[in-house]
Design a protein around this ligand. Sequence first.
Ligand code: NDP
Ligand code: 2IT
Length: 459
Amino acid sequence: MTIAPLTTGSSDGLDEKVLAVYDTILRRNPGELEFHQASHEVLETLGPVVAKHPEYVEAKLLERICEPERQIIFRVPWADDSGEVHVNRGFRVEFNSALGPYKGGLRFHPSVNLGIVKFLGFEQVFKNAVTGMPIGGGKGGADFDPRGRSDREIMRFCQSFMTELHRHLGEHTDVPAGDIGVGQRELGYLFGQYKRITNRYESGVLTGKGLTWGGARVRREATGYGCAYFVQEMLAARGSSLEGSDVVVSGAGNVAIYAVEKIAQLGGRVVAVSDSSGYVHDAAGIDLDLLKEVKEIERERIEVYAQRRGRGATFVADGSVWDVPCRVALPCATQNELTERDALRLIEGGVVAVGEGANMPCTPEAVRAFRAAGVLFAPGKAANAGGVATSALEMQQNASRDSWTFEHSEQRLQEIVQEMHAACCATAEEYGAPGDYVVGANITGFVRVADAMLAHGLI
Ligand code: NDP
Ligand code: 2IT
């Protein structure tokens, strides 16, 4: 998989009133290219909003919303199995608490830096608002590489990370969850250390927990399921469906696996998945049990899937999964993984809908190409929001010491996705861009946060 080089900094496409806000972001956050990209993408759509709401401009809401409420950076020392000491850097950016406690995942990946955590936190603020749930936005993580580390090393790292982070968390304050490199195993170690330090069984302090210790059914599946549901809604609104569609999914982690599962349940066929080593093409349709065995249980490389699947499935080392033609494309790996070149290839191959399972996986040029070609495009702030929405359902269950059935939880998720789809469509229509889900999601999220901030006064 090729990750696009970052080339942000241009203020093209920005309304006069938001230009100064973007200039301040560039000046105040030098080198934070992903954050520049994410804020540009939102500001680009806010011209009609500031024109309609002079009160937002007067209260400097754009300036305030683009500046995190708090940014925490800390040292994470730990010892590996041979006794060698390592030092990583931990982050938590508490971006906005207008709608509820800071809420958003933790990412453990060697690429993590402040600019990436800020871009993710910024996206989270708007995404969480789009869900309609009472959650603010935040994000965190560390530049720790879990690959090849033993269980004990992972545990020691998580314990050291939480030893510092715990003082900033709380079920009413800041509630992390998983993201790249952080799944149920890591959340278990993080929760255990939080419980030990605070001497409180505070279930609602983390989401994505195991089902026997406060976790909620469908949280594991929710991001991938939500992405498939959102695409289904977009297609249904045009009298179409996923039935019989070939679908390509990038990544082979939590989001990707459950997107594959739900697409199959909705009548589609996923013909390719990937990881950072390359992709697998399986024209007969991905074997979900085998994919789970290789990736979830054995934590193996995706090549092993092709080896075990045998005839029909091929592994392409270092190739782009977007070379596989499909009707629906779901980028579910990481930011900027789908470039303009990939978008043009997909369009050539007949793609009709794209759903961002990952956060900001399509470059701005790729998004422009999809929109110009009339491809239905669901941005991450709506397409992957089913995950965090179900985290809010987990918080709800924890607060009431309740535990819902799988069926009820899945039904709630589906209703939330339908509501998000309807809200995006209505907002896009209201602001003169019918069918534009980027405009719909950005403005829906922005207005909800901005109105709450206005109500709270100058804080
Ligand atoms: P996982 O760690 O479970 O899986 C990540 C997958 O993406 C792996 O297959 C990984 O391959 C691939 N990947 C990650 N980084 C890179 C990279 N730099 N280059 C190439 N491939 C890469 O993470 P998730 O599935 O949880 O997250 C995937 C995306 O979805 C992220 O953008 C995340 O922010 C977003 N997201 C996650 C949610 C959740 O609930 N988990 C909710 C909403 C969004 P490899 O193993 O080879 O590194
Ligand atoms: O990007 C995301 O929305 C997540 N990683 C999930 C956040 C959450 O708190 O469930």
